[in-house]
Write a protein of this length. Structure first.
Length: 355
């Protein structure tokens, strides 16, 4: 059991949910009625509350704006075919957030704050959860430094906040990706393995350049030699080569994705060969040339499964088999969706029931 952490609750006077079709809204632009906030000051967590969604009053000297002490998570809640509300593997997000907090010299969030606030918030805003096959309520917990001070040091005060928004598919079509061999997402000893805001800010310019060339995303390569593939945009990266699922091994430059972990668990449960190791550009291009590269896709909370239909490298473009010819990733996508919607057995106990 998770206590409610003595949460003070102020309900909105009138819900905005009737102003929207929650099954048909743009991703990340329509926010639910309420938000959860807890504050850290004087060495302890305090003032846990849920209030109507609103703008945040802040100082222009707030530490997070200047020194980048800002981390976040991404997770989803679903309505099953019976109307039950469940969250997909939230305790894994809780653990990963605190892993990020430690690396960024921020206070860890207690489980009763993280989970207690989350559960109370979802009970209030369950009407915002889409019921469509591909719909979900996207959940964004984040932690920011709030000291009003200019000076490079860890903040003494923080806010932990949870906001939510109804969401459909992140990518509505298969994507083309460009292998990035100039700019770097993460380096050894850095923060590539945590969900720090700066990781995403630094990715925007290279992604913009790729989009100008007709690609939707980039494939990041290692920071030393640009020879090994690491992630695709904001997603973990996977390939089916021959009869084997391969993905870059986790390191301090690669995020330990929860969807990644789930896909690998299902693949192994199905008896598929799985390899977590370094993957070179040369290996993938050779597999394309000899016809053994069957599938490429990204995996992540927002995208779930993002089909990659073509890979660019330098001035060359390598088309991949069409999605309808693929066997593994469409099956994974459907299986995860059916688990989340309660259509098939949740044998791994991934769904955390709210109500």
């Amino acid at each position: 059991m998770i206590a409610n952490a003595n949460i003070k609750i102020e309900k909105t006077k009138e819900s905005r949910v009737t102003n929207y079709d929650v099954n048909d809204v743009p991703f990340g632009k329509c926010f639910s009625d309420h938000m959860f906030i807890a504050e850290y000051a004087d060495g302890k967590w305090q003032n846990a509350s849920i209030s109507p969604y609103q703008d945040m009053p802040m100082s222009y000297a707030m530490s997070a704006l200047h020194y980048g002490q800002a981390i976040f998570e991404g997770m989803k809640a679903y309505k099953s075919i019976t109307g039950d509300v469940s969250i997909f593997r939230p305790l894994e997000n809780f653990k990963r957030m605190n892993k990020s907090a430690i690396r960024m010299a921020m206070p860890e969030v207690p489980e009763e704050i993280f989970m207690g606030g989350l559960l109370e918030l979802l009970k209030l805003d369950s009407a915002w959860i889409p019921t469509s096959d591909t719909g979900s309520l996207y959940i964004r917990p984040f932690l920011i430094a709030t000291d009003e001070a200019i000076g490079v040091k860890a903040s003494d005060t923080y806010k932990f906040v949870i906001i939510t928004c109804p969401a459909g598919k992140y990518y509505t079509e298969p994507i083309k990706v460009l292998i990035e061999t100039n700019y770097i997402r993460a380096v050894e000893g850095g923060i590539g393995f945590v969900k720090a805001a700066g990781n995403y800010g630094r990715s925007l310019f290279p992604t913009k350049l790729a989009q100008q060339k007709g690609y939707q995303q980039v494939i990041w390569t290692d920071g030393k030699t640009h020879s090994f593939l690491e992630e695709s945009g904001t997603m973990n990266l996977m390939f089916v080569v021959g009869d084997t699922l391969i993905t870059p091994a986790l390191s301090d430059t690669i995020l330990a994705g929860i969807t990644r972990n789930s896909v690998l668990a299902l693949a192994r449960d199905w008896g598929m060969k799985v390899e977590e190791r370094k993957i070179s550009i040369i290996e993938i291009l050779e597999a394309h040339a000899n016809g053994t590269l069957k599938e490429a896709f990204g995996v992540g909370t927002a995208a779930t499964i993002a089909q990659i239909i073509g890979i660019g490298h330098v001035d060359n473009y390598y088309p991949l088999p069409p999605v309808e010819e693929r066997q593994f990733s469409p099956k994974i996508d459907e299986t995860l969706r059916n688990i989340r919607k309660g259509k098939i057995e949740d044998k791994f106990n991934w769904m955390f029931k709210v109500s």
